[in-house]
Design a protein around this ligand. Structure first.
Ligand code: SAM
Length: 274
């Protein structure tokens, strides 16, 4: 039997599994193809792909089975006219449904104030591996109501919910299903957000996080890593633990970016200007 036939059978089986049916097909194909390079045993490949999907995507879901179900809670689209405290509570209620934005909530006000205080007025954002972060445009991201937001992530239910969110709250924004293992999308923006996604991409495929970083085309960028150690496992490499802070300090000092580093209780942020 031809190896390619084996792969398509496996991919087919995975795409019909409840937990994976919202995912971009190219993502599953890529993980299967990578796993098949390390083992020809079908059980091993399946196990490795399921583990990789969990680490990259499903581990971040908090509570809800489907993000689509959150649309019913969007409620009052006059939220923009409410006091800032009310808008912050509204946004926080959604942000806590994704592990990545949930752990940012204790300091999110200061986080976005400090990041944006170092930037000129931003008219458009490209948020790569966005999770539920676009919801922060309602209250935490300065000028969030007036800028154009493009959000990219893998699960279609998340993308559908974010499009409902932009539409219902009358925000200028689009969410797209995209697989960053194929590189960054060809979209112009003033500011690219790459928050806590590089270690996730590196775990899925060595070199994938760095590729997306190298493909930033906007004049400004925010690149962040989980703290305190900013360490994360990188699969497939002999050294299993990589210190992303040391690595990106070196990458940035040799690059054309002017960079400012900010520290938060569980996140290290680089604010970059060309
Ligand atoms: C650590 S979370 C970061 C979320 C958001 N950037 C934040 O900081 O709140 C990683 C996100 O990347 C998404 N993701 C993982 N692999 C991806 C890929 N290959 N392409 C696009 N998105 C991906 C996951 O679904 C998840 O929402």
């Amino acid at each position: 039997m031809e190896p390619t036939q084996d792969f398509s059978e496996l991919v087919e089986r995975l795409t019909h599994t409840k937990n994976y049916r919202e995912l971009d097909l190219s993502f599953i194909e890529r993980l299967v193809s990578n796993a098949a390079k390390a083992s020809s045993d079908e059980k091993e490949i399946l196990k490795s792909v399921k583990h990789a999907i969990h680490q990259a995507v499903n581990a971040f879901r908090v509570g809800e089975d489907s993000y689509r179900d959150l649309a019913i809670q969007l409620g009052d689209h006059a939220i923009h006219d409410r006091p800032v405290e009310e808008r912050q509570l509204y946004a926080a209620d959604f942000l806590r449904r994704h592990a990545s934005s949930k752990e940012r909530l204790p300091f999110i006000r200061r986080y976005y104030q400090e990041i944006f205080s170092g930037l000129p007025p931003i008219r458009s954002i490209l948020d790569l591996g966005c999770g539920l972060n676009p919801i922060a445009a309602v209250s935490f991201i300065p000028n969030g109501r007036d800028l154009h937001y493009t959000a990219v992530d893998l699960p279609l239910d998340l993308v559908d919910f974010l499009n409902d969110f932009f539409q219902f709250l009358d925000l200028s924004g689009t969410a797209l299903q995209g697989n960053l293992l194929n590189g960054a999308p060809d979209i112009d923006a003033d500011l690219t957000l790459i928050q806590k996604i590089i270690p996730v991409l590196e775990r899925s495929e060595t070199g994938a996080g760095r590729r997306v970083f190298d493909e930033i085309r906007s004049p400004f960028a925010v690149v962040s890593f989980p703290a305190p150690a900013a360490k994360a496992k990188r699969s497939g490499s002999a050294a299993s633990s990589v210190d992303f802070e040391t690595e990106y300090d070196a990458i940035l000092s040799a690059s054309g970016w002017d960079s400012t580093k900010l520290r938060y209780p569980n996140e290290i942020v680089y604010v970059l200007k060309r």
